[in-house]
Design a protein around this ligand. Sequence first.
Ligand code: ZN
Ligand code: ZN
Length: 345
Amino acid sequence: MRAVTYVRNNTVELREKPIPEIAADEVLLKVGGAGVCHSDIAIIGMGDENPLIGSTLGHEVAGTVDKLGADVQGWKVGDRALVALILSCGQCRECLAGRDNQCETVSPRDSLAPLSPGIGVDGGMADYIAVKAHHLDPLGDLDVVAAAPLADAALTPIHAINSVRDRLTGDATAVVLGLGGLGHMGLQILLATTGSRIIGLDTDAEKLAFAESKGAIAIPSDGEAAGKILELTNGIGADVVFDFVGVQPTVNTALAAVRNGGAIRFVGLGGGSFPYLAGSDPSLPWGVNIERAYGGTRSEMRQAIALARDGKIGVEVKRYSLDDAVQAFDDLHHGRVQGRAVLVP
Ligand SMILES: [Zn+2]
Ligand SMILES: [Zn+2]
């Protein structure tokens, strides 16, 4: 089968690999769609010593059940399924407490990231993927191409949003920094599940037009953005800022636009930073709650699927044939993708 393989620093190639054998508790999934994420670009840029070299990429994977292991129950050939982002153990303290995105078994404290398809085991940018049956969620009649990005691009924003849901009242203001793969889903989730005023920021005019068409206020992401947010909130600032980019300008905007006692969720991995001064620090308002959000739980995955099945959220998909994977990586890297690039085998 064909498999998008990370071969060396900043290089992926379509390689021929054997169709995986499945264990008794696994399912062979015929991949219908695999999303391309900025994290994939970050992963392949981690140098020539990266232990992930040689593996198949792809952590946003949907498809149809092709073959069942001997012990698998509850699935039949032809069923549509979404592969979990985090391949949690289901048994540790965090999993049992419903925080399976922080699974102790597959997410050691010093690990690069929790175990995921394409991050530690072969991912779904291929014709087939072998997955433990308990790492699949049913998609019903959802289109597998449009559903694949839900695994990260909807799950991760939902998790960040749920962590501040009590703040997102009808009189609150939430800011979405970056309207790319995750941001354009986060914006829709906020609009669909809260009554708050939503402000979307991006540097790209087309992405701003998308935000406006969905009912958000759109502001160009530049040095004046924080001032405009303060203006819109009578000088008080936003209740919650979601930074789906994480580059220095968006980190600066988040800090400058959040209100006293507000919250920031840093999701994007763009390498921005801020100094924390324990004392009278003018750069961080009093009472601000900050979380470095990662992924989401299986329960939140079900929420993402339900919102998509109800038509309340939808991924803007840019389709690429699996054979054009290198082009898709290149287009994403150069900011030429609106919404999410999805590889279709
Ligand atoms: Zn991702
Ligand atoms: Zn666990």
